[in-house]
Design a protein around this ligand. Structure first.
Ligand code: GTP
Ligand code: MG
Length: 387
């Protein structure tokens, strides 16, 4: 498996060969002219890397990898979609990665349109975030039901954690089984862990006794939109596994948060569910980012599945709006101060999750009328309870 800088040879208009250098971290074309534009690498550094036949990273990747600092890009949603439409024209295996912690937010609308009639393998990543007590069989059945409801017909559904070596080995075996000698395109919404999974595959495939844990080849980060173009990692002489830029789903909380608050939507540890016995007329605030009102129904235990560091505040429904207006960003933190909170009411039959896209969900065990509030633009959906 060769992972050095990607050199793509293209024929230009005059039918002469020209070489295109790409950053191995994000897939963007390397250039030495414009400091502010994507793919910038100072010419001295480029020369040195070429002489030493070293992996080549653009300045944006360098900053992300070493200082965890993001440089905003000017790519639009259409740019990303255009790239992905090319995949529909290939005969390949499509691996659709979704984030189990944000399953609804990571579904791609019209995925079949983008990928043509190609075989689809669904990979539900970030298993390590959900409670260990949740059995993989139960989870897989739930995923199958949800995928089918969304019009997806994957050949198979795998549950993985990019951090778990055994999951990665199983993923590699399944990819080999389903790809039947074809290229593999790894697609999905931003931040689901596509690049992290491919890095884990590279590590597994290249690990040796002398080199048990090599460094991550592809740049990954908590910031949505890390990968900017296709990145080809050869699987054999003819075929490759290809990382792709994530599709931007504007309804996800991550697109509205400040960089320092992104940790709440990308938990690193297993979440510990918390149950609250509420009477009707009570409200829960999850930081200042989500609000849950219990309007009508019998007293019951509502369970919150959120990052362990999200501060939960319980209060009376009456007066909750004033409390938010006074204390958003202080008592109720983190918050998007100044954002309009939008209310959605639901009449539920029981065993339902009220999902705040990307941030987490509240499990409602019995019949109840509830309202969910989120900053304007963020999606709220209800679904059959996962747990
Ligand atoms: N807890 C947990 N975090 C993960 C896992 N896989 C990836 N992550 C984290 O999720 C975030 C996004 O990972 P990336 O691999 O950059 O996601 P991506 O899908 O390539 O994102 P784009 O390039 O923006 O489309 C990073 O903070 C990763 O560390 C996992 O299995 N478990
Ligand atoms: Mg990526």
């Amino acid at each position: 498996m060769r992972t050095k800088c990607v050199i793509i040879r293209l024929m230009n208009d005059n039918e002469t060969m020209m070489e295109e250098l790409r950053c191995i971290g994000c897939g963007t074309i390397i250039q030495t002219e414009d400091k502010e534009a994507l793919g910038y690498l100072p010419s001295g550094a480029l020369k040195k890397k070429m002489e030493n036949d070293e992996e080549m990273y653009c300045q944006r990747c360098f900053r992300l990898r070493h200082y965890n600092e993001i440089v905003p890009t000017s790519l639009t949603d259409e740019d990303f979609l255009k790239l992905l439409k090319k995949i529909g024209k290939q005969n390949a295996l499509i691996v659709n990665v979704v984030d189990i912690f944000d399953f609804n937010g990571s579904l791609i609308p019209n995925l079949h349109k983008l990928t043509g009639n190609n075989d689809l393998l669904m990979v539900a990543n970030k298993r390590d975030i959900l409670p260990k007590s949740l059995k993989v069989n139960k989870l897989t059945n739930w995923l199958k039901e949800q995928a089918s409801k969304s019009g997806l017909k994957p050949k198979d559904i795998l549950v993985t954690s990019a951090k778990n070596r055994f999951d990665v080995t199983e993923l590699m075996e399944n990819i080999e089984k389903y790809r039947k000698g074809r290229n593999v395109y790894v697609v999905g919404v931003t931040n689901v862990g596509k690049s992290t999974l491919i890095n884990a595959i590279i590590k597994q495939a290249t690990a040796s006794e002398e080199n048990p844990g090599s460094q991550d080849v592809i740049t990954t980060s908590r910031f949505p939109g890390t990968t900017l173009d296709m990145i080809e990692i050869p699987l054999d002489e003819q075929t490759a596994i290809i990382d792709t830029p994530g599709i931007i789903h504007r309804g996800q909380m991550a697109h509205y948060l400040k960089p320092e608050d992104l940790k709440y939507v990308s938990p690193r540890k297993e979440i510990k569910p918390k149950t609250y016995q509420l009477n009707s007329g009570q409200t829960l605030f999850f930081g200042g980012l989500a609000r849950f009102d219990f309007i009508r129904g019998d007293k019951q235990g509502f369970t919150g599945y959120f990052d362990n560091e999200i501060n939960v505040h319980r209060t009376k429904l009456e007066g909750a709006t004033e409390l938010y207006e006074k204390h958003a960003g202080e008592l109720l933190a983190p918050a998007l101060v100044g954002a309009t909170m939008v209310r959605k009411e639901f009449k539920l039959e029981g065993k339902t999750d009220v999902v705040f896209s990307g941030l987490g969900w509240v499990r409602v065990p019995e019949a109840a009328v509830v309202a969910a509030w989120v900053p304007k633009g963020v999606d709220v959906v209800i679904r059959k309870a996962l747990i």
